[in-house]
Design a protein around this ligand. Structure first.
Ligand SMILES: [Fe+2]
Length: 448
């Protein structure tokens, strides 16, 4: 069955392969085209917005549904899709405030990302607490780090590959606008720091390096007056400005050094690293983001580099490509460290349009490669799954992404060779249904 197309009354996120699915399926022993590398032992999980009522006011506001595939010994053992069973899903009309007047952080969409840290699988959405799930996608419940998490948690934490720490922040439309958190490798929340920003900025993502974290205080801000009048709660501001805040990982608000940059919005940095006194940040950057009709016309997001010189307190800006692209990823092994390779989803011409390509960048040589998905086929975030050898090349591994085929109205799990990126995929796992376009995911390899 093909899906509806967008109209004035039916926005893009409720049409085509953005539209929700309603069955929670379990399918075993999936059909495969090609051969799944036997090194891939584990699970690919991807989260996305899937409004259970069939409707939501914005693509970002549907209930979270995670789609997962388990790979083992060259087989695709199962496909499952499950809602994250939060109080918002179970009781959609209950109040968002607790009895004491505080925001109830368990009323989560839980729709944005899914990660694994310290033996826990967490579904994330930036306005709420994380939700713990099982390896078979059943919901355990809200997780607040033994009561130490006092705010929402970003959907884009970072795991340091050297220390095993989970570093993240929480932001809010009301004070405290920004709080920094550090979690030890064994899962204990050991540091919380309130950080001053200019106002209620929508801080979707951020950056870490070996010694620092870098906050992005950018001009997409909450406008509660507009929201009260029925408008978009978030808007572009020509007055707010844009800056990057560099802080030592064990520092606090007084240690943050702020650097002004050209106005822009970044949902997703690719990665950041230190190079002597410099900090390099590669991002998918919008010169202007249009979130609602009042914002006028936006620009597409493209790969861009900030180089912060911490010695002379300046920032150099450099566009790295003029092709629209987003959802950047690197090998998890280089998170916060120098990366040579990055992977992105090519985007179409509209903000709501995914492209039919995946991109690989060699940031050392400036070379790039295109993986063409074929006519009528669209993917999303390219997740890097490493080969099992610890001293392997940075691009020794595979790119995983769900690919939707409009001709069949079904999806595949694409497995492409990251080191031979423009070649045909090494395998396609045939999913017996369509997997709606979503947000972020993880390859969670079995423990060695
Ligand atoms: Fe995101």
């Amino acid at each position: 069955m093909s899906q509806a197309t967008p109209t004035e009354d039916l926005p893009f996120h409720l049409t085509g392969n953005f539209a929700p699915v309603f069955d929670e399926r379990t399918d075993f022993d999936l059909e495969i085209e090609g051969a799944i590398p036997p090194e891939l032992q584990g699970r690919f999980f991807r989260n996305g917005s899937n409004p259970q009522s069939g409707s939501s006011p914005h693509w970002f506001m549907g209930n979270g549904m995670i789609h997962g595939v388990e790979l083992r010994d060259g087989k695709a053992v199962w496909y499952r899709n499950r809602y994250v069973r939060t109080p918002l899903l179970e009781e959609p009309d209950a109040p968002h405030m607790s009895a004491d007047g505080s925001v109830d952080r368990t009323r989560s969409c839980a729709n944005t990302h899914v990660i694994s840290h310290a033996g826990r699988f967490l579904a994330l959405e930036e306005g709420s607490f994380p939700f713990e799930i099982t390896k078979e996608l059943d919901t355990v419940g809200a997780y607040d780090f033994d009561g130490k998490l006092k705010t929402a948690m970003t959907a884009h934490p970072r795991i340091c590959p050297e220390t095993g720490e989970l570093l993240f922040f929480g932001y809010g439309a009301m004070p405290p606008y920004l709080t920094y958190y550090r979690v030890s490798a064994d899962g204990k929340l050991v540091q919380s720091e309130e950080i001053n920003v200019k106002g209620p900025t929508m801080m979707h993502d951020w950056n870490i390096t070996r010694n620092h974290v870098i906050f992005m205080d950018l001009p997409m801000i909450f406008d509660l007056e507009a929201a009260a009048a029925g408008g978009m709660p978030i808007r572009w501001s020509d007055e707010y400005g844009a800056r990057l805040g560099v802080m030592p990982r064990e520092g606090g608000n007084d240690d943050v050094v702020w650097y002004d940059v050209d106005p822009c919005y970044v949902f997703h940095p690719m990665n950041a690293y230190e190079d002597g006194d410099k900090i390099v940040i590669d991002s998918s950057r919008f010169e202007k983001l249009a979130f609602g009709p009042a914002d006028g016309k936006g620009t597409p997001s493209m790969l861009h580099r900030w180089t912060i010189d911490t010695a002379n307190r300046s920032v150099a800006e450099e566009p790295l490509d003029d092709r629209p692209a987003d959802f950047p990823r690197v090998h998890d092994r280089v998170t916060g460290l120098k990366h040579r390779y990055g992977y992105m989803a090519g985007m179409g011409s509209g903000a709501d349009t995914l492209g039919s390509t995946l991109l690989k960048y060699d940031l050392d040589s400036g070379k790039s490669w295109t993986h063409d998905l074929g006519k009528g086929r669209q993917a999303g975030e390219p997740v890097f799954a490493a080969s099992t050898s610890a001293d392997s090349a940075e691009d020794d591994g595979w790119i995983l992404s769900f690919v939707y085929d409009a001709a069949t109205d079904k999806s595949d799990l694409l497995i492409a060779d990251a080191g031979n990126f423009d070649a045909a995929p090494v395998a396609r796992v045939k999913i017996p249904t369509r997997v709606p376009f979503g947000f972020h995911g993880s390859w969670i390899a079995d423990p060695a």
